[in-house]
Design a protein around this ligand. Structure first.
Ligand code: HMG
Ligand code: MG
Length: 364
């Protein structure tokens, strides 16, 4: 029997193991979750949005972007990336960004979580050195403090071997081994950080096309959950995802025993399908969605992939469905217009342009 054919059985065997080895967390049941109209939007603009900018964005602009976003009601902001500067020069000042967040927490209506990528122990050590210099400036799971920012580290696997080599210079298996150490160190005392596990190119790869196996995605996701990540973020890095393929992927994850509560969707709008796919995921029971202000972004190692779905579009879409993201649409639209001007480009959000246009017409 082929490896894939035996996978559901092997994943089923893993389920009891996971329940016994993972830290206990309380979750709503699936039926409770269906009744719940709250959604969480994870703002990825300051990292995923800016990482692809050709010109180096000044540190002050990055910090101002984070501070402006923090005021809009967003709960989580992905703020930087501790990757090799040779690979992504734009993220080279992530230490300064983390340091600023800890020493001068951006004013916000409620406590915020700031997320940073780290692909290996070198990246995590760089982040730790900032935390060590500011030991009591962040909230931890063992010592929660609503007045201090919470932190999250994110590792990022790939669903295809070619993308893994291009993005991480490692096979999927080797990258997962590197992440095991990162995840366990991040979760250890005194840091006790939350950890997110991305899987990129889950619905299409710039190098291997549509040939991405949902079973492989489920296997990688299960592996990351077994290592202790708190959340899996499924990245449609190329925007090649369609409604039926999104549904198939989520059904496959469900069959593998992965709970909706543990999954976030990260859609790109390259082919205009991001909100259609979001509707499919919502219907499936997913309640966490990534988005990037003004639709900024793309992955430097994913040629042709345009921006992430815009936060403004996501907030408007959720509101139109009666879902509550707790985000001020006008506020995010203003931030989107501001950062677009700072970067010298057009506003990438259809909704942002419409909201600001309507306001302007009212004022005239
Ligand atoms: P490598 O070249 O194999 O690494 O890259 P290495 O271990 O051989 O080290 C090479 C040099 O980098 C050494 O320096 C290391 O010290 C240094 P040298 O001795 O030459 O001066 N180095 C580091 N420096 C700072 N921080 C580090 C670090 N690691 C090594 N963490 C590596 C392997 C993983 C480092 C590299 O491939 C890398 O950084 N890749 C990151 C690529 C990236 O950031 N891609 C974008 C994020 S993924 C994404 O955008 C998709 C996502 O958003 C989902 C979606 O949108 O769908 C998540
Ligand atoms: Mg992205």
């Amino acid at each position: 029997m082929s490896r894939l054919a035996t996978l559901p059985r092997r994943l089923a065997l893993l389920r009891p193991l996971r329940r016994t080895t993972c830290t206990a967390r309380s979750y709503s049941t699936a039926s409770e979750q269906r009744l719940d109209n709250r959604v969480k939007i994870v703002e990825v603009g300051p990292r995923d949005g800016l990482q692809n900018e050709k010109n180096i964005v000044p540190l002050a602009t990055k910090i101002e972007l984070i501070e402006r976003l923090a005021k809009t009601g967003l709960q989580t902001i992905e703020a930087g990336s501790f990757v090799a500067p040779k690979w992504v020069p734009q993220m080279a000042n992530s230490s300064e960004i983390l340091s600023h967040i800890l020493t001068t927490p951006p004013p916000s209506p409620h406590p915020l979580t700031y997320s940073f990528l780290a692909p290996n122990m070198k990246g995590l050590s760089n982040a730790f050195s900032i935390l060590d210099a500011n030991p009591s400036s962040f909230s931890t799971e063992s010592n929660p403090s609503p007045s201090k920012p919470s932190l999250e580290m994110a590792v990022f696997a790939s669903a295809t071997e070619t993308f893994s080599q291009k993005n991480l210079n490692a096979s999927i298996a080797a990258s997962l081994e590197a992440f095991r150490a990162v995840i366990s160190a991040a979760k250890e005392t005194p840091y006790n950080l939350r950890v997110r596990g991305y899987i990129s190119v889950v619905l299409g790869c710039p190098f291997e096309g549509y040939d991405v196996s949902p079973h492989r995605v489920a296997e990688i996701a299960t592996g990351l959950l077994e290592m202790g990540v708190d959340e899996i973020a499924l990245g449609d890095t190329t925007g090649m995802g369609t409604a039926p393929r999104t549904k198939d992927l989520l059904n496959c994850l469900r069959s593998a025993g992965i709970r909706n509560e543990d999954v976030a969707m990260h859609f790109h709008d390259t082919y205009g399908q991001a909100l259609v796919n979001t509707a499919v995921a919502l219907e499936h029971g997913i309640r966490t969605f990534d988005a990037s202000v003004s639709g900024l972004g793309g992955c430097p190692y994913s040629p042709g992939a345009t921006g992430n779905v815009a936060t403004e579009d996501m907030v408007y879409f959720m509101e139109s469905l009666g879902m509550d993201a707790g985000v001020d649409l006008d506020g995010v639209a203003e931030v989107g217009e501001w950062i677009s001007k700072e970067l010298g480009r057009g506003n990438g959000s259809t909704v942002g342009r419409a909201v600001l246009g309507r306001r302007k017409r009212k004022q005239e």
